[in-house]
Ligand binder design. Structure first.
Ligand code: NAP
Length: 306
């Protein structure tokens, strides 16, 4: 099947690209491996998507999917294995050996939480170690939790966890938070939250589930072991670009650099949203990227003869 555009990823970038591509009359398909909405699905409340003072992440996901469906969205459920770039037609290889042919490709596969890589992290994943407060917070009613990180996610999700937990301690490796002031303030004003600065989590211990954390003071090197029922890790993001390894599309960290029309070095291949090498990763910037990438793809097709 030959498409005008194959969009990889059904988050806000991919779904917005689909709306613009479909309204421009492009034969379009979105490939998604799981739930539509991407990271919005793991976000409780979104209050910085213009037009909605507050909306739940899963609800905005659903609205975006319905919006694209309204214009005739076609979807394929599957995992992208690799891309083969051709002269005029590219191929998208899926893990079940299906191949989609595409005159243009919009990569909008987003990113996912980084892992700390400390002993016990893998072993206790799902048994006290989590990367998603919305998904797992309710399992920790009246428990004592730790959050690792000093960014927006650590502060925001730390506050969310106090809905369930008795006490939440945010552990940060420096003495200054990176989070936006409004999110820092909410965390600081929450009486169930306390902070441990200049600390690094070096080991997660327990029998069948998380019971203790070993923390190291980044200034003195001293270690202490604290009791914990769970730990939520929010230390940043890594791009979902494994299928692009070895291509000229990704930089050393796996992000995709683009120009202002969201073009990659491969003609007809564009990138949009969190997967791009960009400094602000928000639902609204991802959605805007989707629009730009789709219109750039449309213009490319017009110039190169559809
Ligand atoms: P982030 O902004 O990259 O922050 C990661 C934090 O983890 C930093 O404080 C960093 O410390 C720390 N860290 C990194 N590697 C570490 C390690 N190995 N050990 C210990 N600590 C480590 O990531 P994020 O908070 O997940 O946010 C990701 C993106 O989503 C950002 O662009 C953010 O603005 C956005 N976001 C926005 C909102 C919102 O607008 N409401 C909410 C959530 C996320 P240092 O500070 O020392 O580098």
């Amino acid at each position: 099947m030959l498409y005008d555009t194959v969009i990889l990823g059904g988050g806000p970038a991919g779904l917005s690209a689909a709306v613009y591509a479909l309204r421009s009359g492009l034969k379009t398909v979105v490939v998604e491996r799981g739930l539509f909405g991407g990271q919005m699905q793991n976000t409780e409340e979104i209050e910085n998507y213009t037009g909605f003072t507050s909306i739940l992440g899963p609800e905005l996901s659903e609205r975006m999917r319905e919006h694209a469906e309204h214009f005739g969205l076609e979807t394929v459920l599957g995992e992208v294995q690799g891309l083969d770039f051709g002269n005029r037609v590219h191929q998208v290889r899926l893990s079940d050996d299906r191949i989609l042919e595409a005159k243009t490709i919009i990569i909008a596969t987003g990113c996912e939480p980084k892992k700390l890589g400390v002993p016990g992290e893998k072993e206790f994943a799902g048994r006290g170690v989590s990367y998603c407060a919305i998904c797992d917070g309710a399992f920790f009613k009246d428990k004592e939790l730790y959050v690792v990180g000093g960014g927006d996610s650590a502060c925001e999700e730390g506050v969310y966890l106090t809905k369930h937990a008795r006490k939440v301690t945010i552990v940060h490796r420096r003495d200054k938070l990176r989070a936006q002031p409004i999110l820092q303030e909410r965390a600081r004003n929450n009486e169930r939250i306390s902070f441990l600065f200049n600390r690094r989590l070096v080991e997660i211990q327990g029998e069948r589930k998380v019971e203790r954390l070993v923390l190291e003071n980044t200034v003195t090197g001293e270690r202490e072991t604290v009791p914990a029922d769970g730990v939520f890790i929010y230390i940043g993001l890594k791009p979902n670009t494994e299928f692009l390894q070895g291509t000229p599309l990704v930089n050393g960290d796996g992000w995709i650099p683009t120009d202002e029309m969201l073009r990659t070095p491969v003609p007809g291949v564009f990138a949009a949203g969190d997967v791009r090498d960009t400094w602000l990763r928000q639902v609204i910037t991802a959605a805007a990227d989707g629009a730009i990438a789709a219109m750039a793809a449309y213009r490319y097709l017009e110039e190169n003869g559809r």
